[in-house]
Design a protein around this ligand. Structure first.
Ligand code: NAD
Length: 462
């Protein structure tokens, strides 16, 4: 078989990649003591990635998908053990979702115009080394998903992960680099520091070789990134309300809402955080929540006790975030039956357990006098995050009205919230939903620059 120029290039790149310094001080690929050294290594790796064919990038991504599946259970257990949040079964599913449904190089497309005056293309090129900040709620899921998209776009990535999930994050980063080396790519496609802090994050945000920062987390980090003077992709907090109107299949709505709300103990930012229901179906909904969906109906006294524990001193108690319903109930002295998955009660929208983004399986039901009132209350509860909202309704006029009023990056109709991530719904998966800066559900193309390439008066062969 004759050897083509591109085959020679492939071989040269593979050799170059293998010659790179492999192991970082911790013995894990991609892990450095100093942020500046991590960035330098990612920069060298990006030069190699930049020169690769799309086919080679896709080979690495295929290998990442395989390793993510092989390590799904280990990563899920590590995440739960290290952070104390979420549950292993759902975290395994989340890793499979990342492996199966995160877009790769097929997301990098070209737009073309051809006509009398020639041929013009818009092509998507890499930024270079991207800085990424990741949450403790979906640590490895976000790192794996971000890297697949960023690499497909021709970038490498420097992570400053949440310190509370550093072991899990390092495991994922090592796995990414092993996948790259195995597929003939370079080491250090994804890097981090042994001990991420606000200081290392500051170094990353100010570094001259980081042109783009993708921040996934609460309001503090998104504001910090948007104040950095760099281009920022801000995937911030949500507080998604689920609206149920009188036309809904109320029985199915109760089931869908509890399934979405309890997924990974309510850690996903898209998960149902409260219900707003029109008055005529509130009692029926509550009936199905309690009798068919393993919900515990909390009394006024139990709600007060929960508020004291969960929002101790008015601040979100981190020891309660991502815990299951029975553990939360045990914290207020209630020994709930083994089947209990979720805590429910009826209350006003201002109730602290409804208005705060708790990330726990607690669902307050707010009663609305009619549909317009329900929309108004749901919009209020979403706090202008423009992140996610859900509706259970058979009335398309109502759905349209709600969609316009709430104006969120995600709106799921008649399904659990996780349908938005392609789990029981159409579409691709991401764990970085850029609600605040408007990119929406990020994918490989989000991490590229648009370039116009013009040939005047030639190459149009029509
Ligand atoms: P968090 O805000 O505590 O931390 C997120 C990351 O930001 C961590 O790496 C943390 O170290 C860093 N950080 C925090 N403040 C910072 C600052 N001032 N400067 C630099 N870095 C800073 O969030 P968390 O508890 O890990 O995750 C839960 C939050 O993230 C929730 O509010 C949830 O809605 C949100 N979230 C959003 C998305 C999305 O796609 N929009 C996805 C997951 C989580």
């Amino acid at each position: 078989m004759p050897i083509s120029e591109s085959m020679v290039q492939d071989i040269v790149q593979e050799v170059m990649a293998k010659m790179q310094i492999a192991d970082a001080p911790s013995g894990k690929h991609g892990v450095f003591k100093e942020m500046n050294d991590a960035i330098e290594a990612a920069k060298k790796a990006q030069k190699i990635v930049r020169a690769m064919s799309m086919d080679q990038r896709e080979k690495i991504i295929t290998c990442i998908r395989r390793k993510t599946k092989e390590n799904a259970e280990i990563l899920a257990r590590m995440g739960v053990d290290e952070t104390g949040m979420g549950n292993v079964g759902d975290k395994i599913l989340k890793h499979h979702l990342v492996a199966d449904k995160t877009p790769g190089t097929e997301d990098i497309t070209t737009t073309a115009w051809s006509g009398d005056r020639g041929l013009t293309l818009i092509e998507m090129g890499p930024f270079g080394v991207i800085g990424a900040i990741t949450p403790c709620t979906n640590p490895s899921e976000t790192i794996l998903c971000n890297t697949m998209g960023m690499l497909a776009g021709g970038n490498t990535v420097v992570f400053n992960p949440h310190p509370a999930a550093i072991k899990t994050s390092i495991y994922a980063i090592n796995l990414l680099n092993e996948a790259s080396l195995e597929a003939g790519g370079p080491d250090n496609i994804a890097v981090t520091v042994e001990k991420p802090t606000l200081e290392t994050s500051g170094i990353m945000m100010k570094h001259k070789d980081i042109p783009l920062i993708a921040a996934t987390g609460g309001p503090g980090v998104v504001t910090a990134v948007l104040s950095s003077g760099k281009r920022g992709i801000g995937a911030g907090a949500g507080n998604p309300p689920a609206l149920v109107d009188e036309t809904a299949d109320v029985r199915k709505a109760a089931q869908d809402i509890v399934n979405g709300c309890t997924f990974d103990n309510n850690l996903p930012c898209i998960a149902e955080k409260g219900i707003v229901a029109v008055s005529s179906i509130v009692d029926e909904l509550m009936h199905y929540l309690v009798t068919e969906n393993d919900c515990y109906l909390a009394s006024k006294e139990e709600q007060d006790k929960l508020t004291e524990v969960v929002l101790a001193g008015g601040k979100l108690n981190r020891k309660c975030v991502g815990r299951d319903a029975r553990t939360l109930l045990s914290m207020i002295g209630v020994n709930a039956p083994a089947n209990i998955r979720c805590i429910v009660f009826e209350g006003p929208k201002e109730h602290p357990l409804i208005t705060t983004e708790l990330m726990m399986p607690i669902l307050g039901v707010v009663r609305a006098k009619d549909f317009d009132d329900a929309v108004e209350q749901a919009v209020w509860l979403e706090h202008g995050n423009r992140h996610s909202a859900h509706i259970h309704s058979k009335n398309i006029d109502n759905i349209t009205k709600y969609a316009k009023a709430i104006d969120t990056a995600i709106l799921v109709k008649n399904a659990p919230s996780y349908a938005a991530l392609g789990f029981g719904g159409e579409g691709y998966c991401t764990f970085t939903i850029a609600s605040r800066t408007g990119e929406g559900l990020t994918s490989a193309s989000t991490f590229t620059k648009r370039r116009r390439c013009v040939m005047a008066d030639s190459l149009c062969i029509r």
